[in-house]
Design a protein around this ligand. Structure first.
Ligand SMILES: NC(=O)c1ccc[n+]([C@@H]2O[C@H](COP(=O)([O-])OP(=O)(O)OC[C@H]3O[C@@H](n4cnc5c(N)ncnc54)[C@H](OP(=O)(O)O)[C@@H]3O)[C@@H](O)[C@H]2O)c1
Length: 410
């Protein structure tokens, strides 16, 4: 949960000026001097890595196709340099942190959330920078799954006599970089399926115009999700029903600073009106419409003239091939897609095995109505035994609403 994790990181960051404070006096007495040195060392590793993870998170949604990386340089138990990778093409986290540390980096420890790279991409290898700075120990949360790194960074540092410890807060680091890990493993973006519903499981009313179901805090969270995903996707049914803007509307002081995701509409016959807000607002935020060969050529031309990108991806049943669309987005280096559609597109994405995470924002309201839309249409399984399960369920209260989120079990 974004807000909860941020609070945890803030608390830990405050404690990091003295890692001994993480253990009570009684605990320190009871475990004895040698175990104390070990425990304090471990506590320091955890606290410093938490700070590095919090730094990494500050660029969420900004680094694609690169990962989120944070780093801190620690000398004599004090943080002397902090850095994070702000966007592709800009310096890596280790380089930023080493710059801040300057000469204090000699003999110091670096905590970094992802294995340092050992290849010269758009910036030089981080291993070179760490060795040149005279770093004695490097603590790495997780190895880099990218085939150009994949253990080489750690091997190079160890070969040069640097102590390297891998795996501190690995689980948290994998969560921080879940989008990147999925993309590097499969070539596909990470897909989050999100909807807002009433307590009786309706995402709208059977009749009448669209009105927000959840309260302000949940709506803000929904905009935070848009801010940290590379794209937001709906079906043409949602465009016709609600004429959504699909932009990220957060105050300018939000972290990271607000920016709009790529807006995507799946629309097999190009029924999206040229007057729809996703079309007329392309100067504010880019829009891509995925369609099929059945779309009239004149409508494709009209959309392109209006500044909308049109991509043809023919799928089964005359509809857009969602997997082919996601593969195309992955090839462009998009790491994440937030699906905010109605029940038709949501179910299609789920049934195609493309969804990684589900977020349900639940309002304490009862809408009712046999014809009211629900989050998942489609055929569904033959029985409840075929229901998909979520793991690592996280629950948060957002004002009067609940946010329930979990990752899909395979
Ligand atoms: N509360 C919420 O979170 C929320 C969010 C969004 C929408 N809604 C509500 O949901 C309702 C709209 O539901 P909906 O199901 O019509 O909207 P939708 O799922 O967003 O759009 C469905 C349409 O997408 C098109 N499509 C193209 N390729 C597809 C594919 N591969 N698989 C599935 N669909 C594909 C289909 O039209 P073509 O065959 O013409 O291409 C389909 O009818 C509205 O009442 C809206 O207010 C609620």
């Amino acid at each position: 949960m974004v807000a909860g994790v941020a609070a945890l990181y803030r608390d830990t960051a405050r404690a990091t000026s003295s890692p001994k404070r993480l253990l009570s006096t009684r605990a320190r007495r009871s475990i004895g001097p040698r175990a104390l040195v070990f425990a304090v060392g471990q506590a320091e590793d955890i606290a410093m890595m938490q700070e590095a993870l919090a730094l990494a998170q500050r660029a969420a949604g900004r680094t694609s196709p690169n990962p989120l990386v944070g780093a801190v340089v620690v000398a004599d138990g004090r943080v002397v340099g902090r850095g994070f990778h702000a966007r592709a093409g800009e310096p890596h986290a280790e380089v930023v942190a080493l710059r801040e540390a300057g000469g204090r980096a000699r003999g110091a420890t670096v905590y970094v959330t992802l294995e340092p790279c050992d290849h010269a991409g758009r910036t030089g290898p981080c291993t070179d920078a760490l060795l040149a700075a005279g770093i004695r120990r490097v603590v790495v949360a997780m190895l880099d799954p990218d085939t150009t790194v994949d253990g080489r960074g750690v091997a190079r540092l160890r070969g040069a006599g640097v102590t390297v410890d891998v795996g501190v807060l690995e689980h948290e680091a994998r969560r921080t970089n879940a989008f990147y890990v999925k993309h590097r493993r499969t070539g596909l973006p990470f897909v989050t399926l999100k909807w807002a519903m009433s307590l009786d499981g309706k995402i709208g009313a059977a009749r009448g115009s669209a009105t927000a179901i959840t309260g302000e805090a949940a709506r803000r969270y929904a905009h935070e999700l848009r801010n940290t995903h590379d794209a937001v996707l709906v079906g043409v049914g949602t465009v016709l029903a609600d004429d959504p803007l699909l932009t990220c509307r957060l105050p300018p002081d939000a972290v990271p600073a607000p920016r709009n995701p790529l807006r995507i509409v799946v629309d097999s016959h190009l029924r999206t009106p040229v007057s729809a807000r996703v079309v007329t607002g392309v100067a504010e935020a880019p829009t891509l419409i995925a369609t099929t060969a059945a779309a009239p050529a004149a409508r494709i031309d009209a959309m392109r003239r209006a500044g909308v990108e049109v991509l043809v991806a023919d799928g089964a049943g005359g509809r857009v091939d969602l997997r082919a669309l996601l593969e195309a987005l992955g090839r462009r280096g998009l790491l994440s897609v937030l699906v905010e559609g109605g029940g038709t597109v949501n179910a299609a994405a789920l049934e195609a095995g493309l969804v990684d995470r589900v977020i349900a924002l639940v309002a304490p309201r009862l809408i009712g109505g046999a014809g009211a839309p629900t989050p998942l249409d489609g055929a569904g399984p033959a029985g409840v035994a075929g229901a998909r399960r979520l793991r690592e369920l996280r629950v948060a209260r957002l004002g009067d609403d609940l946010a329930l989120e979990g990752d899909l079990e395979a």
